[in-house]
Design a protein around this ligand. Structure first.
Ligand code: ZN
Length: 466
């Protein structure tokens, strides 16, 4: 029995109040802001006061972002898929490489990779993660003794790093649209709805050992991997929690679903599934104008993964039409080829500029683009994860980010231009502190458990690549 994951001292340390030189509150910027916490939530927000003795004084305080879509194990593939093979490369050839890699992973390696991934996310400014978890079974697809055996390494990594976890066990039943059998490389993912229900129940039981901000939702993988009947069977299991699904990432996927169901993936879901504000549509790249407007109006959050979508050659998101229809969005690091919060947001904006031959595409009239992206992603990402965070206000979950206002990328900036600097000019090194539901995991720019986590990751990679 594994018991090692009640560990990190970040769970136990006495919480000091935070005093920020300036903070981005929902109503705008304020100076000399004192924020006190009550457990995992914000208790009081008081602008215009001096620090009390013992307050932790920081420079610029922001609501931290939630990273709404991750497959943490894929972090270990970063840099290993950038060589062009004969015949050309695509999303689909990348996926074959990923399957070959997955075939060898052990639970211990899954945990070591997840811990590094979560640690890097927190150092990048993400307080929480939505882990879209489809690696369920032993090599070859055989059952582990515990149905959710491979959820437990993720719980351990979340406990060790202190990141806020929304765990999203995935139903992955078929190898392609129209009930194609699973390929060899997909056997570790495969469940029917009955096996999935047992797995979800076991995952929920395991997650009860984590802090109270932990959420368990469900993720029907995509209309490539589940049927309409499967969707009907598992949606009640969400019990009001988040529902995440990959949709319309690639044109081939859209064509295959259309040939099978007579409708494009988003069109089909809107006509046949109870899509609402609990849903997060991951990618939603290839939509018609009608699909874009209707999905935005449904309340579903668009789960955008701009760095991965660029890396895999997915295509640019239809941002202007989505925003015009009032759509919410957040960002996720998906394949984790790079874990960089500002870079996700600027890659999103740059994909729009390159397509539209325009600048400041995703900003409102007279608005700051960096601020518009950041604040929308803070709110949308938290909502997608079922997390009452995304703003610095009393009673909200204390997902907070402190950045260094004296960093050259931010020097001399004030008001929402600070967020423009953060998104477009800053790189690593601008983050000083991060709290995930009050857990103070990053201090002076370093995750408190970074050294041990990196060492374990390197050992796991050496074994994997030996
Ligand atoms: Zn994904």
């Amino acid at each position: 029995m594994r018991v090692s994951w009640i560990c990190l001292d970040i769970m136990d340390l006495p919480m000091l109040a935070i005093h920020a030189r300036r903070a981005r509150l929902p109503e705008g910027w304020a100076t000399d802001v004192r924020v006190t916490l009550d457990g995992l939530r914000i208790a009081l927000v008081t602008p215009g006061v001096a620090p009390d003795p013992g307050d932790l004084c920081i420079d610029t305080l922001l609501p931290a972002l939630s990273n709404l879509h991750s497959h943490s194990f894929q972090r270990a593939l970063a840099g290993r898929t950038e060589r062009r093979a004969a015949g050309g490369e695509s999303f689909w050839t990348w996926r074959e490489t990923m399957y070959a890699f997955v075939a060898r992973l052990t639970p211990e390696q899954v945990e070591a990779i997840a811990a590094l991934t979560f640690c890097e996310m927190q150092e990048a400014g993400f307080a929480a993660v939505g882990e879209f978890h489809y690696l369920h079974h032993a090599p070859g697809g055989a059952a582990y003794d515990r149905p959710a055996e491979l959820s437990h390494p993720l719980f351990a990594a979340a406990a060790e790093t202190g990141i806020g976890l929304t765990h999203l066990p995935v139903l992955y039943r078929y190898g392609g649209a129209g009930r194609q059998p699973l390929a060899e490389g997909q056997r570790r993912f495969g469940c029917d709805p009955g096996r999935f229900a047992a797995l979800l129940e076991d995952a929920r039981a395991g997650a009860r050992g984590l802090p109270d901000d932990t959420v368990v939702g469900i993720a029907p993988h995509s209309l490539r991997a589940v049927t309409p009947e499967d969707l009907d069977a598992i949606l009640p299991l969400a019990e009001g929690g988040p529902v995440h699904m990959h949709v319309a990432e690639q044109p081939r996927e859209v064509a295959e679903v259309q040939a099978w169901l007579g409708a494009r993936p988003v069109e089909w879901l809107l006509g046949n599934a109870p899509v609402d504000g609990r849903w997060c549509a991951i990618h939603a790249t290839h939509m018609t104008p009608g699909e874009t407007a209707a999905l935005a109006r449904s309340g579903a959050v668009a789960g955008l993964c701009p760095i991965t979508e660029a890396n895999l050659g997915d295509g640019p998101f239809g941002g202007p039409a989505w925003l015009a229809a009032g759509g919410a969005f957040g960002v996720g690091s998906d394949s984790n080829v790079r874990i960089a919060m500002g870079e996700e947001l600027r890659t999103l904006e740059y994909s729009q500029r390159l397509r539209d031959l325009a600048r400041n595409v995703l900003a409102p009239e007279d608005g700051h683009t960096g601020a518009a992206l950041y604040l929308a992603a803070a709110a949308g990402g938290a909502r997608a994860l079922g997390r009452d965070a995304g703003a610095i206000a009393p009673a909200r979950v204390a997902d907070l980010l402190a950045v260094d206002g004296d960093h050259p990328a931010l020097a001399g900036l004030s008001g929402d231009a600070v967020l423009d600097g953060l998104v477009f000019a800053a790189g690593e090194g601008v983050v000083t502190d991060l709290w995930s539901a009050g857990r103070h995991s990053v201090r002076e720019g370093r995750h408190v458990a970074r050294d041990a986590i990196r060492a374990r990751y390197c050992t796991a990679i050496a074994a994997l690549t030996a």
